[in-house]
Design a protein around this ligand. Structure first.
Ligand code: NAD
Ligand code: ZN
Ligand code: ZN
Length: 336
């Protein structure tokens, strides 16, 4: 099969032929139709994070395709079903986190396109106990971005504890952020979009943001405080650490700041501001199988609609270059 393979951390991925995988216990083989390209795939290629995958590996965790072979004891799927892969490829199902409904925090989880091969190839494996089933009638190309970007921001907004009528800032209007604007609107939230590029802010407006702020022109914390008295919740999906410090300043007293974005690095936060303003700062990583079902249902019901552009697998290196430069409008979806 044709696949994008990371052989060493760096700027480019190798696109070449490799063996088709064989499904083991609980697994199924899926013939890919499409896959979204997430900024996490770029972090994986560049070896950005403290916990690194081991090359060679195939990135990709927004894949959608048809089940063509079932391994021993496969569940939930029949041949011909449309399946996805998600970042949460599998978990132990047995630990305290899994038992409490926090499978996304399981120490023994495996991750598509990171610790197991992902969707940047013509075939991929899924763990049928964990893989999402794509609702019937979903547009196969459009649904890919829901599998990571969509579920991540949907969960991020849930844990922000924002309620209908509250102001929420979405900082970073890329693949994740343009969907966060839409999930926010669908949840009855009033959305403020922050990015450093005007075209991203226009996209946010098109998807329902009421206020847009270009953080390259004005300090977004001052702007949000002046315009609405601070936001009840702030969701950071930006890929620059500067946005994380600014998020604290954009919050209203008692607000919650949720971090989805994962740029390598650190940011400064004033202990005094967090304590005196009664802030909650939390991280949020993808979503559980149940969050995924709900995120996919929002899409199937037409409440969120990814903006995406189709590209062939052979363009992957160009796509990564565009992503580094912040040049992608919404998401890129690779078509096989
Ligand atoms: P993307 O490249 O599509 O979008 C990033 C956006 O951030 C761009 O619109 C860019 O203009 C904007 N940006 C850059 N600097 C900014 C700044 N200073 N202020 C505001 N906006 C700024 O990336 P993506 O695919 O949406 O992923 C975003 C991040 O989220 C990545 O770090 C990715 O690894 C991470 N991620 C996390 C999870 C999770 O579960 N927590 C899931 C998926 C992705
Ligand atoms: Zn992702
Ligand atoms: Zn577990």
């Amino acid at each position: 099969m044709r696949a994008g393979i990371v052989k060493q951390f760096g700027k480019t991925i190798d696109i070449e032929n490799t063996d088709k995988p064989k499904p083991g216990k609980h697994q199924a083989l899926v013939k890919l139709i499409a896959t979204g390209v997430c900024h996490t795939d770029l972090h994986a290629l560049e070896g950005d994070w403290p916990v690194k995958p081991s090359p060679p590996f195939i990135p990709g965790h927004e894949g959608v395709g048809e089940v063509v072979e079932l391994g021993e004891d496969a569940v939930n799927f029949e041949i011909g079903d449309i399946a996805g892969n998600a970042w949460l490829w599998s978990a132990c199902g047995n630990c305290e986190y899994c038992r409490r409904g926090w499978e996304t925090l399981c120490h023994d989880q495996t991750n598509s396109g990171y610790s197991v091969d992902g969707s940047f190839g013509e075939y991929m494996l899924i763990d049928t106990r964990y893989a999402p089933k794509i609702p019937e009638g979903s547009d196969i190309y459009e649904v890919g971005p829901i599998l990571c970007a969509g579920v991540t921001v949907y969960k991020g907004l849930k844990v922000s504890e924002a309620k209908p009528g509250d102001w929420v800032v979405i900082s970073g209007i890329g693949g994740l952020g343009h969907l966060a604007v839409q999930y926010g609107v669908a949840m009855g939230l009033r959305v403020i979009a922050v990015d450093i590029a005007d075209d991203k802010l226009e996209l946010a407006k098109k998807h329902g943001a009421e206020i847009i702020i270009n953080a390259a022109d004005a300090d977004p914390a001052t702007a949000v405080q002046e315009q609405v008295g601070g936001a009840h919740a702030v969701l950071v999906t930006a890929v620059h650490e500067q946005a994380f410090g600014q998020a604290i300043g954009m919050s209203r007293r008692g607000g919650t700041i949720v971090f989805n974005g994962l740029p390598p690095g650190k940011f400064d936060v004033s202990v005094f501001d967090v304590v005196l303003n009664g802030l909650t700062v939390r991280g949020s990583i993808v979503g559980t199988r149940q969050d995924m079902i709900e995120a996919l249902e929002f899409h199937a019901a037409g409440k969120v609609e990814p903006t995406y552009h189709r590209r062939p697998l052979e363009d992957l290196n160009e796509v990564f270059e565009e992503m580094r430069g912040g040049k992608i409008d919404g998401r890129v979806v690779v078509e096989y």
